[in-house]
Design a protein around this ligand. Structure first.
Ligand code: GRF
Length: 190
C-alpha cells in the first residue's frame, strides 16, 4: 500500500514597522501570509495587511514591562495563528532570545546592503557616504546581533552618479522584493 507524501507548509508571519513594501511583495507573490505583527500602530504596512485580509497584531514596547515580555507576547500570538516562519520586513527592533528560540532557524530579515557591509538602520545612507560603487540587498537568518546572521541570498545593486538615499533605496527595494519572495518560497517548500 502506498501512502501519499506528507506535505507540510510553514505558516508565514511578517514583522513590520513602516511602509511594508516587502510585505506587499510577498502578498503579490501569492505567498500565504497568516499574520502581520507591528511594533508601531497605524503604519502603512498594517493597512496593506488589512487590505489583504491578513490578521494584524500591534505590540508597542511601551505596553509591556520590557522587551522580553513584548517579544514573548508577539511570539505567542504568531504561534497561535500557525506561524512557523517569521519574516522581518522593515521591522526596526532587535528580537530577544525569548522570541528567536520559539522559531529556531526560522526567522529571516531583509537588509538593504551587501552584508557584512553596512549593517544597522542607516545602511543605504552609510553606503552612499562611503562612496562605494555598488551595494545591494541581503536576506539573512536573524540572530541576536545587528544584521549578523547567516546570509541566505544577496544581490548587488549599482550606486549611480547623482543617487540620493531615496533613489538608491528605491532601486534596492526592487531587488529585495524579488529576493525575499524567492527565499520564503524555498523555505516554506522544504
Ligand atoms: C527595507 O529596505 C529593508 O531592507 C529594511 O527596511 C526597509 C523596509 O521597507 N530593513 P518596507 O517597509 O518593506 O517597504
Amino acid at each position: 500500500m502506498t501512502h501519499p507524501k506528507a506535505t507540510h507548509t510553514l505558516g508565514v508571519g511578517v514583522l513590520v514597522s513602516g511602509t511594508g513594501s516587502n510585505l506587499q511583495a510577498l502578498i503579490d507573490a501569492e505567498i500565504t501570509v497568516v499574520a502581520v505583527a507591528s511594533n508601531v500602530a497605524g503604519v502603512p504596512a498594517l493597512e496593506r495587511a488589512l487590505a489583504a485580509g491578513i490578521p494584524t497584531g500591534v505590540f508597542p514596547l511601551e505596553d509591556y514591562a520590557g522587551r522580553n515580555e513584548r517579544d514573548a507576547a508577539m511570539a505567542e500570538w504568531l504561534s497561535s495563528l500557525g506561524v512557523g516562519l517569521v519574516v522581518c520586513a522593515g521591522y526596526m527592533h532587535l528580537l530577544r532570545p525569548v522570541f528567536l528560540t520559539r522559531f529556531p532557524g526560522r526567522v529571516v530579515n531583509v537588509h538593504p546592503a551587501l552584508l557584512p557591509a553596512f549593517p544597522g538602520a542607516a545602511a543605504v545612507e552609510d553606503a552612499l557616504a562611503a562612496g562605494v560603487t555598488e551595494t545591494g540587498a541581503t536576506v539573512h537568518l536573524v540572530d541576536e546581533g545587528i544584521d549578523t546572521g547567516a546570509v541566505l541570498r544577496q544581490e548587488a545593486v549599482p550606486v549611480l552618479p547623482g543617487d540620493t538615499a531615496e533613489t538608491l533605496h528605491a532601486r534596492i527595494r526592487v531587488v529585495e522584493h524579488r529576493l525575499v519572495s524567492e527565499v520564503v518560497r524555498e523555505l516554506i517548500a522544504r
